[in-house]
Ligand binder design. Structure first.
Ligand code: SF4
Length: 427
């Protein structure tokens, strides 16, 4: 953070007046964290607002949070930590709002088998998080012969009844955001990017790519007012995709679907058939070391259940982990905002077992990449959830002192190796 009082990087080597302006690198770190979280909360609030939902308390917090990061307005460390926890609370509220808006518009998600690969005929691949964009595109492509595919964080769309009712929503293609350049090059149809995380396109597919909403790319046409006609026309001029089916994967384990299995789950835990639950999810990324999450899920013992969400799931969602007494061992709860569903399930299980969430046989092993992940982490801290394992590395914007506070109060730990972490958790 640049300090306008001593005109140096606050608290850095050039800062000569730390004692005067009081802005040190810990406050800068907390303010950076707050700004990142506000960006993540804003993304969820944007989607909720597009669906007609908003919350005045959340809206007010954008002003409060940003104001608190102004030059020479707040020098208090404790108050910054309180603001971060409040950001977590606001993010919980906005994830709840978005979940409700999705369910009201598109129905309660149901466990759904999704075909991976392509079908013969023209196609459009939709990436990002905006389910309303996908819905409008599905309406406008009805009867055109175009097949629509989900990519990345759009995969959970298949679980929503009002989206899967369209027979031309035929399946999922590709994996997480960092593989876009290769996957979009190989997908010969048209492509729509609705939100982050979208990459600057290669020339090889730039001319068949479109953006919508907040997403925008240089030299790529931008769809306005959800009028997808230019995208549809482009898809119809491109050579048809080949018939190339891949494996299948499951999604749609919204908290209402999981809680419908609550009696079975509780019985299986009491009978010792389910030993532990792992929430392995979050953002994927290109950084080496993320194969930790694949190996972790592969090595989870057979009497444990894995919950997942976000695009980190592509590291292992092709695995067939089987079932325990009819309960699937791998439950995809949805997009990163469906962390709300995971919280609902954990809270309901804690209530059923008469304990706190921290006392449940549940461990969180999260992967982070961008600002929504920061907001979700703060939500978990706001709820008092401890012992989170975070990777592939701890955020570089946390100073050693801030990290120490998080470790002392919440026991946040960096991931190590799958074997060592599983052993440490299960004992
Ligand atoms: S889970 Fe995170 S990294 Fe993945 S697409 Fe969503 S926001 Fe981006």
């Amino acid at each position: 953070m640049f300090c306008y009082q001593c005109e140096q990087t606050a608290g850095g080597t050039g800062c000569t007046k730390v004692g005067v302006c009081g802005k040190n690198e810990d406050i800068a770190s907390l303010q950076d964290t707050l700004v990142f979280a506000l960006k993540g909360i804003a993304a969820y609030a944007y989607h909720a607002r597009e669906l007609g939902a908003h919350d005045e308390e959340v809206d007010a917090f954008f002003s409060e949070g940003l104001f608190a990061t102004l030059t020479n307005v707040n020098f208090n460390l404790e108050s910054h930590i309180e603001l971060l926890l409040k950001a977590g609370k606001m993010n919980l509220r906005v994830m709840e709002l978005l979940d409700k808006a999705h369910v009201e518009r598109f129905g309660v998600p149901q466990p759904t088998k999704v075909q991976v690969g392509t079908k013969a005929g023209p196609g459009i691949l939709v990436t990002g998080h905006d389910l309303l964009d996908l819905y409008e595109l599905l309406k406008q492509t009805q009867g055109t012969g175009i097949n629509v595919y989900t990519h990345g964080e759009m995969l959970p769309a298949h679980g929503y009844p009002e989206l899967r009712k369209f027979p031309h929503l035929v399946g999922n293609y590709g994996t997480a955001w960092q593989n876009q350049r290769q996957e979009f090059e190989e997908f010969s149809g048209a492509i729509l990017a609705t939100t982050n995380c979208v990459l600057i396109p290669k020339d090889s597919y730039k001319d068949r790519m479109f953006t919508s909403g907040v997403a925008n790319l240089p030299g790529v046409p931008h769809i306005k007012d959800r009028n997808f006609q230019p995208l549809i026309e482009k898809a119809l001029t491109l050579p048809p995709l080949p018939e190339n089916p891949g494996p299948t994967t499951m999604t749609g384990f919204h908290h209402q679907a999981v809680l419908a299995l609550a009696d079975k789950i509780i019985e299986a835990v009491k009978a010792g058939k389910i030993r532990h639950f792992f929430l392995v999810g979050g953002c994927d990324g290109a950084k080496p070391g993320r194969n930790y999450y694949t190996e972790f899920v592969e090595k989870v013992p057979k009497d444990c259940v894995v919950l997942t969400l976000g695009c980190g799931k592509y590291r292992f969602n092709y695995l067939d982990l089987g079932e325990i007494d009819g309960i699937p061992r791998l439950l995809d709860m949805g997009q990163c905002n469906n962390a709300y569903s995971a919280i609902q399930v954990a809270t309901a299980l804690a209530k059923a077992f008469g304990c706190s969430v921290n006392e449940l046989p549940l461990s969180l092993v999260l992967s982070w990449f961008e600002q929504k992940a920061v907001a979700i982490l703060l939500t978990l801290l706001h709820l008092g959830i401890k012992n989170i394992r975070l990777g592939p590395s701890l955020p570089a914007f946390l100073t050693p002192n801030v990290l120490k506070v998080l470790q002392e109060n919440y026991n946040i730990q960096p991931i190590t190796t799958p074997e060592a972490d599983i052993k440490a958790i299960l004992g």
